[in-house]
Design a protein around this ligand. Structure first.
Ligand code: SF4
Length: 312
């Protein structure tokens, strides 16, 4: 059998870079870069480049294993599936279908997650979940409340056309490295990059304005920026008036909040908050980037809502 190139996706982060697996006699032996992939354009970060190492790693679990005593022994797929089916049947007979719980992974694809949900429903259990709920429920709820849909509004390629990019709660140069290429392209076109992060990171190095907020003060910063935008008369009231609700409540909540208070709470000089807010609102094409540095707080949903309100 000759070598084949199988189109695939890197599973390690949400960028979803494309690659070809070189498969020889049923075994992946190499990778080829997928230059025609719209987002990665043939590039892969170190994680994607190491994909083969992990795929063929000797510790990778490739077969069902059954616990025997203190260890595990290899069993066949038929035996494993029978054990699972019998275990579930026993449990349903004894405790009812609602006693079953199903947990899927974001490392599974859409179809696999769909099937997991289908199986839970068919067996009569309402208890099905996915680990993405920890990371992404603030986005689903927060963006859903503000924009009407809980998903990113633009594709990554559009970043190139941004004139201002505000990144908060994300160290994308390490976590989603291929995004960096698109931010660099925007920078080459003259975009201003603002990074809010308590730490100095490889992402903050590429910022024109680095807002070193105290940890957990994201909302204080965002409210300070909103205050600047409103007081400087830079809000687009016609757009807001015709497309949003609840703006009076928002303005009321900002009434007694001052820039000085924002500066004190966040530890960011007031002048930098003003510079960042004005750069973001004046730019004809601004983009927001955030990830789990925003969502995985007790106030993750409020963080996402505040961020989306800046955008409006
Ligand atoms: S950025 Fe890196 S980890 Fe993420 S999908 Fe692309 S190659 Fe994989």
């Amino acid at each position: 059998m000759s070598k084949k190139l199988i189109p695939s996706l890197c599973p390690y982060c949400a960028v979803g870079c494309g690659l070809y697996l070189v498969v020889d006699k049923g075994k992946a032996t190499g990778i080829e870069y997928m230059t025609e992939h719209p987002t990665s354009e043939g590039a892969l970060c170190p994680k994607g480049n190491a994909i083969l190492e992990i795929l063929n790693h000797e510790e990778r679990l490739k077969y069902p294993m059954k616990k025997v005593g203190e260890g595990f022994v290899r069993i066949s797929w038929d035996e494993a599936l029978d054990m699972i089916a019998q275990g579930m049947t026993r449990n349903i007979r004894k405790h009812g279908a609602r006693s079953l719980g199903f947990l899927a992974s974001s490392r599974c694809n859409n179809e696999e997650n769909y099937l997991m949900e289908k199986m839970a429903r068919l067996l009569g259990s309402p208890h099905v979940d996915n680990c993405a709920r920890l990371c992404h429920s603030p986005t689903v709820v927060g963006l859903g409340a503000v924009f009407g849909t809980g998903a990113m509004t633009n594709n990554l390629i559009d970043l190139e056309n941004s004139r201002c990019i505000f990144a908060i709660g994300t160290n994308f140069t390490e976590a989603h490295p291929i995004v960096t290429r698109w931010v660099h392209k925007a920078k080459d076109n003259g975009a201003v990059v603002i990074v809010a992060d308590p730490r100095i990171t490889s992402t903050s190095w590429m910022a024109d304005i680095h807002l070193r907020i105290k940890p957990g003060t994201d909302i204080d910063l965002l409210r300070g920026m909103m205050k600047v935008i409103v007081e400087a008369g830079l809000a687009d009231w016609e757009f807001i008036g015709s497309r949003t609700v609840g703006v009076d409540e928002l303005l009321q909540s900002l009434k007694d909040y001052t820039l000085e208070e924002a500066a004190e709470k966040t530890g960011v000089p007031a002048g930098d908050i003003v510079r960042a807010a004005k750069a973001y609102v004046i730019s004809p094409a601004s983009a927001l980037l955030y990830s789990m540095g925003i969502t995985q707080h007790v106030c993750g949903t409020d963080n996402v809502k505040s961020l989306s309100l800046i955008h409006i």
